[in-house]
Design a protein around this ligand. Structure first.
Ligand code: C2E
Ligand code: MG
Ligand code: MG
Ligand code: MG
Length: 282
């Protein structure tokens, strides 16, 4: 087995990497326990449209570690991916997100909200992925038209035929797709055109220095133009200042998310923030 051979090789030749392998093995065991003991939770971040106010949210997974406190997904998602734990974890995330959608569906103030859920490569390529998503939708009674799956460029282009097949099956039921971190991967435009996407998501890396870096501004403008010409929606992530938001709106990107509205948090926090926002922006 390639993985086992790799480990042995590393053990002999690079003690520093061996330490990483050990740390990873520990993290893996921790993840397994966390999944068993219910230590994961979802935080939500609002997505705001300049005309409509809050139009939905993105679900972001958190690991409430008994000793370490909240662990960032940037740390544990790669390990969950490598170990295959992302498959059961991903199912838990989807189910929890869909339950939240159902809850929002029962409140007139939130019934129109969409919910974006991040999907990682190994989860997406799993042989049961499509059935899993459809199963969770049916079991929870969530409206598929309100569910948006966020995929990345590398994932999408890894096996384009397979990708399109899976996306089409889910789209037939109403599920939408957003291309996360757009601009950071290697999308060839000819492939992009073939993918049944609904939305491009401008990576926060282009938003950060939007006002001072002319290159970032022209990349953002190009993504907006591309989205419009391909009849796709566009959303910007990582918006932290009014100036960034206003510039994006000026570029034609009317929907955004970021700390400017609020940090990702429990659903109740987001609902409260949205209610307060609705008073200020009619
Ligand atoms: P992402 O999907 O691109 O999510 C955006 C990240 O930016 C989130 O980090 C979010 O908390 C952060 N963010 C939001 N607004 C701002 C802002 O205004 N400024 C800055 N500097 N950052 C902002 P987070 O929650 O740590 O997640 C990191 C990554 O982990 C995500 O990137 C996504 O790739 C992955 N991830 C998170 N939740 C899930 C999940 O449920 N499943 C999978 N497969 N991956 C997930
Ligand atoms: Mg995302
Ligand atoms: Mg992103
Ligand atoms: Mg990212």
């Amino acid at each position: 087995q390639a993985k086992g051979a790799g480990r042995n090789t590393l053990r002999f030749f690079d003690p520093r990497t061996q330490a990483n392998v050990t740390a990873r093995t520990l993290l893996e065991a921790g993840l397994r326990e966390g999944l068993r003991d219910g230590h994961f939770l979802l935080h939500y971040q609002a997505q705001i449209n300049a005309h409509q106010g809050v139009v939905g949210a993105e679900a972001l997974v958190r690991w409430q570690h008994p000793q370490r406190g909240l662990v960032s997904p940037a740390e544990f998602i790669p390990v969950a991916e490598a170990s295959g734990l992302i498959v059961p974890l991903g199912t838990w995330i989807l189910r929890t997100a869909c339950q939240q959608l159902v809850a929002w569906g029962q409140d007139a103030r939130t019934a129109h909200w969409t919910l974006a859920v991040n999907v990682s490569a190994r989860q997406f390529r799993h042989s049961h992925f499509v059935d899993e998503v459809l199963g969770v939708l049916e079991e929870t009674g969530a409206n598929p038209h309100r569910l948006k799956l966020e995929l990345t460029e590398t994932l999408l282009l890894d096996d384009v035929e397979d990708t399109i097949g899976r996306m089409e099956q889910l789209r037939r039921h109403g599920v939408g797709f957003s291309l996360d971190d757009f601009g950071t991967g290697y999308s060839s435009l000819s492939y992009l055109k073939r993918l049944p996407l609904d939305q491009l998501k401008i990576d926060q890396g282009f938003v950060r220095d939007l006002l001072t870096d002319a290159d970032d501004a022209s990349i953002a403008r190009t993504i907006v133009t591309l989205a419009h010409s391909m009849d796709l929606g566009v959303i910007a992530e990582g918006v932290e200042t009014c100036e960034q938001r206003d510039m994006l709106i000026g570029l034609g990107c009317l929907t955004w998310q970021g700390y400017l509205f609020g940090r990702p948090g429990p659903a109740a926090e987001l609902q409260a923030a949205a209610a307060a926002h609705a008073v200020v922006v009619p």
